[in-house]
Design a protein around this ligand. Structure first.
Ligand code: SF4
Ligand code: FES
Length: 267
């Protein structure tokens, strides 16, 4: 398979997507709705490239286009740059403060104020819904149609299946989702609206609340046996680290026949 990318032959394997080939060969293609760990959904279109086939040139989304034979790809032509510029300007009207869009705007010379701000706090990339389906409690989904489309929980109600993993918070490219840990509960807030509440585990050593009480059943069902290690922590990470450090120190003192400082104090 011979792949020419921006005029140079590049290494590629049959079935790899254009974005995968580009990244493997150090060619930059912008993406907003794609992370390698999740199936591509081609929602944002900023990764669109030109695919030259004979005398015909087609526009394809590179994040989900698998290469099966010889191809020539152009990733950064004046037309693509102009398309990306307008796309970024449109997306920026939905999320005027998003850093990811500001960075792309700088690269493509986009005017973030070109279109009236709608402040929807979401670019509809669908990453939160996809990661929630794969990793979390399958709580978030793209709901509604047309201009009404939005990320929400089932029937817009507080979700009983959220595991509070915060994968959605980590993955959202425009920081539209946040968690608040308060009074022994974790709240997941999606675009300003509470989506779920999850009880937090209390450290049996220091008493702070530190992580969600997770029902891993549904997650293990999806991941398959052995897919996720059992979660059985009863102490918080800080106490766990302290306890580990203490055990290592005690072993060191034993091995080197040195009296532990604690023993001195106790004596
Ligand atoms: S909330 Fe964030 S991750 Fe979810 S669809 Fe909107 S922009 Fe994407
Ligand atoms: S990154 Fe390909 S369509 Fe969004």
């Amino acid at each position: 398979m011979k792949i020419i990318m921006d005029g140079k032959e590049v290494a590629a394997e049959r079935g790899q997507t254009i974005v995968e080939v580009a990244r493997r060969n150090g060619v930059y293609i912008p993406t907003l709705c794609h992370v390698p760990a999740l199936e591509p959904a081609a929602m944002c279109r900023v990764c669109t490239v030109e695919l030259v086939e004979g005398r015909r040139t087609r526009l394809v989304t590179s994040c989900n286009y698998p290469l099966r034979g010889d191809a020539e790809i152009r990733t950064d032509t004046p037309m693509l740059r102009q398309n990306r510029k307008v796309l970024i300007e449109l997306l920026a009207s939905r999320c005027p403060d998003a850093e990811a869009l500001k960075e792309l705007a700088e690269r493509y010379g986009a005017d973030l104020n070109r279109f009236p701000a709608e402040d929807r706090q979401c670019i509809m990339c669908g990453l939160c819904a996809r990661v929630c389906e794969r990793v979390g409690g399958n709580v978030l989904a793209l709901c509604g149609r047309g201009v009404e489309i939005r990320v929400d929980t089932s029937f817009g109600r507080l979700s009983p299946t959220c595991i509070g993993c915060a994968s959605c918070v980590q993955i959202c490219p425009v920081n539209a989702i946040r968690i608040e840990d308060m009074d022994g509960e974790r709240r997941v807030i999606v675009r300003g609206k509470e989506a779920s509440r999850v009880q937090l585990r209390k450290c049996t050593s220091c008493g702070i609340h530190f992580g969600p009480v997770i029902d891993l059943g549904p997650v293990l069902d999806r991941a398959g046996e052995g897919g996720v290690p059992a979660f059985n922590a009863s102490v918080c990470p800080a106490c766990s680290r302290r306890s580990l450090a203490r055990r290592l120190a005690e072993r060191h003192f034993e091995q080197h026949a040195v009296e532990s400082p604690d023993a001195d104090e106790e004596g």
